[in-house]
Write a new protein. Structure first.
Length: 420
């Protein structure tokens, strides 16, 4: 997979841009646009990089479902043997519908409801990542009433100082997440005393799109220190969950390879018996997907030229939300001259842009691919402007599978009623 693009299975050939062996033009013809297209080989390669780096030690890679929760994607990871990190009962239902193993599911999130706790206990998940004292008490009560024992890990906030690591692009988690370190010991003692809870592990997750592994190593050192203090009190943990967060290349970022990211963590854990859990999202799916869109109109202007495309901020929110950069490539190469375009959608907001100032040789009706759109793309899409959400396709070699049909407008308001 030697691609000039950040998406490793994307290539330019006589049929234009192809993902694996499927021309994107053929997907647009079969399924219309906008359509998210994911590469099974790229998903698998990203997962296998973790699997290979972790070979030889007890470990479980729990794919963070919120990055891309399509059932096709989840089923691919389930087949590869992945576990799942969920943040809602809805995500648990998706994992089970996709054939995922509840016994490999960890449940994160600061606001778990009673109903979600019951659902997860019924399913028999691997662990609840508990984020507060109040949640611990509620979980103990819910499990006790069901006659079950809930496996728990505390999600601790290792308070790794972001100022010492200015190269973390997204900074660290605010206090909303996790349990402060000084509270953790007392909470573990409390959990160990509650008969409806089983202390299983410890977790942390310090941020997203991390381009350097150093802060995670620092967090891991603090977590291990706590694990040893707990063991000294007779509270023995089975697993250490170091969360997700490894970044990807969108433009010119240089995140470490998975093996290099994990090497210092594995060195820290060498000789230890605890299972290592990880919760990667973006680094498993981000560069496995593109958003395929068609140019509706070209609007040349005095100051700027606009390419109005049929995808919009409701389909891919990251540019409007974070000013995020996605590479834009024309599916069919045309001879120059190229012009510089603002790539914008049809939504009635000036903030509705997908990319600024991109040099492209294109005509109306041409297809564009927005790269690195596999994570937090479709998952964050909405129906703003009563726009139906995109179709989703997974390619596998020369085959393609429609894994989500394009919505139709009737579905959008089927649950609504005009006043009698
Ligand atoms: C979002 C999230 C992840 C995944 O983060 P990525 O940056 O996509 O790897 C993992 N764990 C938790 C608790 C999260 O909230």
């Amino acid at each position: 997979m030697n691609s000039p693009f950040p998406v490793p299975t994307l290539s330019q050939g006589p049929a234009g841009l192809s993902l694996e062996d499927v021309p994107l033009a053929a997907i647009a013809q079969a399924h219309g646009t906008p359509t998210y297209v994911y590469s099974l080989a790229a998903l698998s390669a990203a997962y296998n990089a973790y699997r290979d780096a972790l070979a030889g030690r007890p470990a479980l890679v729990c794919y963070a479902v919120k990055a891309n929760s399509n059932l096709g994607v989840l089923s691919a990871f389930a087949r590869l043997g992945a576990g799942f990190d969920i943040v809602s009962g809805g995500e648990l239902a998706r994992v089970l519908a996709a054939g995922g193993d509840a016994g490999k599911v960890v449940f994160s999130g600061v606001g778990k409801s009673v109903a979600e706790m019951r659902q997860a206990l019924d399913a028999g998940i691997r662990c609840f990542n508990v984020e507060s004292a109040a949640e611990l008490e509620r979980l103990a009560e819910v499990a006790g009433a069901m006659g079950k024992i809930a496996p728990i890990a505390l999600r601790v906030n290792p308070d790794v100082d972001p100022k010492t690591h200015p190269y973390i692009s997204t900074g660290l988690r605010s206090n909303k997440f996790g349990v402060a370190f000084d509270e953790a010991l007392a909470l573990y003692r409390r959990a160990a005393a509650l008969p409806s809870l089983r202390v299983a592990g410890i977790g942390c997750h310090i941020g997203s799109q991390l381009l350097d592994g150093a802060p995670v190593v620092e967090a891991a050192e603090k977590v291990l220190d706590l694990v040893d203090r707990l063991a000294a009190e007779g509270i023995v943990l089975d697993h250490i969950d170091l969360g997700g967060g490894l970044g990807i290349r969108y433009r010119d970022e240089t995140p470490p390879a998975v093996a290099d990211y994990l090497a210092p963590l594995l060195a820290l854990l060498a000789g230890r018996r605890e299972e290592l859990l990880l919760e990667p999202g973006r680094s498993l799916v981000g560069n496995a997907g593109v958003l395929l869109t068609r140019i509706e109109y070209l609007k040349p202007g005095v100051e700027k030229n606009f390419a109005v495309v049929d995808a919009a901020m409701n389909d891919l929110a990251r540019p409007a939300l974070y000013d995020a950069w996605h590479e834009v490539v024309a599916v069919a190469q045309r001879p120059a001259p190229a012009r510089r375009y603002e790539i914008v959608g049809p939504i009635c907001e000036s903030g509705d842009f997908l990319a600024h100032d991109r040099e492209l040789a294109v005509e109306p009706g041409d297809l564009l691919a927005l790269l690195s759109a596999g994570a937090y793309g479709m998952a964050m899409s909405s129906n703003y402007n009563t726009r139906t959400r995109a179709a989703e396709v997974i390619v596998d070699g020369a085959r393609s599978h429609l894994v989500r049909a394009r919505e139709n407008v009737e579905q959008l308001f089927a649950a609504e009623r005009p006043l009698g």
